[in-house]
Structure formats: structure tokens, C-alpha cells
Write a protein that binds this ligand. Sequence first.
Ligand SMILES: [Zn+2]
Length: 382
Amino acid sequence: MACSQQAKTLSHILLACDIQTTGRLVFGMVYDKKEARTKFAATQFRPIMDHWLEAMKAADGIEFDRSKDTVNASRKQLGGVNSIFSFASTADASLREGKSAVSSELAGWSGDWLLEEERSQWPLGAVDVAYRRLDNSAIATKPVRSWGTPGAGLGVEKEVRAAEYHFYPHGQCEECGEVYPVDAFGSLLKPFERTDAYGQTTIAHVSESHRPVEWFHHDPENPVGSAYFACPHCEAELTERSLTQARFKCLNTGIRLRDFLDGLPKDIPSHRYRVALHYGPLLRASKINLAADLIRNGLEMADARDWVQQGLGHPTAPGVNALTLPILERAIAAPSAPRLPEVRLAGIDQGRSGHHTLIKDVSLPLGWQSMPVAQVMEKAVR
Ligand SMILES: [Zn+2]
């Protein structure tokens, strides 16, 4: 799992090259959409595989007879070994009505190893269908690699939550010596007590609308421009060396990635390991004040969920816009609204799903007339 703009796809393409050439095994690379398959299989996989083959020839003198190989949009054979390129979504949403939410491309092939690209963009249910493609895998543990940017709870972050090992970059503070996860939650955004619309208090790092609330800064007159990354233990400003020298350490078990990998069996393991690798956004070397840039983005972006997911590499917790069973139960038990909503908004072609029409009632908090605008917007129930 990672925030956007990191080389997670490249590392998996290199893995795919190794599976097909050295392992002589069939991998299935599954993209979220048909367009992604068409574009990336040609522009990302093929040139990298060409370089890979040149390197194999130069280093080890290994060459493949490709005279009988088939190469098309969904198959790229190499020396008689298949590779499969597929996609999870039905190609045309307008044809999806009443049919499976999963593409027919996800049926009718069989592989040894499954690679799932942009896993958080897949339709629900597609993962189970894709996994069936490994039923006849030559590897008993049926290996799967999924990667993506976290979504709103059901994407790649669901796999991360279920993993036995969750490796996250950890740095060491040069001031107090403590080891800390290099995470905007804790090292930039301070934890605070957040009370939701139902009066329940939780510890959070962003507001219910996913905006920054409290963060480390040097100058109270200029809290955005003077934002900085701090050690969550001693609050000293973290040095660039401490951030960029971070090493993966497991949040569940405390083991370091290096030690975990060295301890793995040399052959194919007899059981599956569920391992999550989580890249954070603070590891990028930056010539600008990255802390200030992140806070500014969080305050200014139109949809702050994107900021939390793409910018900080965290899933967004369902806020007041999402319906959960406890919210529904409270709504059933609640007395009917004593007043009409203060604001009714209507628009066409709305939201990520492109709704034809969306009508939204907004109830402002009691006493809103005397509150600052930001607070009214924060506490308004939609
Ligand atoms: Zn410290």
C-alpha cells in the first residue's frame, strides 16, 4: 500500500519479468479497467521486458526462442511460457445493469501467480473471481501480489488489516534516540480528541471532513508556512537524514524486514505469509518544505479524502457521509427532525459516481449564527 507517485508498479513489473523468464511460470497481471490494461501492458511491461531480456543475454548468455510466441493484448508469450493481461471492471458501465460487476476477462484463464494492479479501484467481488484463476497454480501457496493507494476501507487497506506482518518505514530520532513510524499521522498531524455528530469521542489526526486540525509548526503567526515534521516522542524537528534513512519494521510484531526476509525458508514456503509493505509519503527527498506543502494541500484540496488517501497514504475513515449499521440504528431510534434543514443543495452530474441529480439537505449545528464559518461547515450534518 502506498500513496500515489511511488514506484510500486515498476517493482512489480520487474517481479513479473522474473516470474516469466527465470521462474518459467505464468503470471496473471490484472488491471482495474480495460483501458489501463491496453495502455500499460504496451507502454510499461513490454519495454521493461525487452531490457530485461537484453540484460539476461548480456550477463548470462540466456536467449529465448520467440519464433512461435503469440503476442496480443491479453497474452505475451515468451519461449512458450504465457503471461496473461486482464482487467477487473466491465468495460462499459452502461452495459453493466443487471449483469455481473466483474469482467468476463477474469474468467477462462489459469495462472501460477496473480498480480493485482490498483487494487482499491476494483469492483467488489472481482478479487474473489480473480483468485479462482490460481486454482491450478504450480505453486502450492498460490501467491498473490496486490498494490494500490488506499481507498475508503475496502481497497488494498483491507488486505493490509488482515496481514500478519505490516511493514512500515521507521526512523530513529537523532535527538532522543527513539524509533518512530515515519507517518504524517503523529509526525506532522498531532492526535486530538474528535467528537462526531453523535457525541462519540475518538482519537483522530484529521477532522471528520478529512482536513488537518493540529500540526507541528514553529511560528503561531504562520502555522502553515512553518509546519515541520517532529519526533512523536520528544517533538524535536526530524532531520532529513532521520527521515530518509528509515527502515521497514513490522507494526504488528516489531521484527525488521531484513530479519524477516533472512528468516524465510530458501525454497517455496509450505504456508502462505500475509505480508503488507506500506510506503509513506514522508520518505521523498524534497527541496521544498514538504510539511508545509502537505498541510496546504489538506486545507485547499476540493476533496480532502484524496489528500488523506493519495497524499498521506492512509485510508479515509467513513465520515458523516457514509452509512454504517450503528448510524442506521441510531437514526431509527432518533426522534424526527424538529426543524427543516437550513440549506438544500441540488446539482446535476454530481460526485465521483457522476449521479444524474443529487439533492442534499444540510442541517447546521445549533447556535450556528454565532459560530465561525469553518466550525459551522465542520459540524454541519449532510
Ligand atoms: Zn525524539
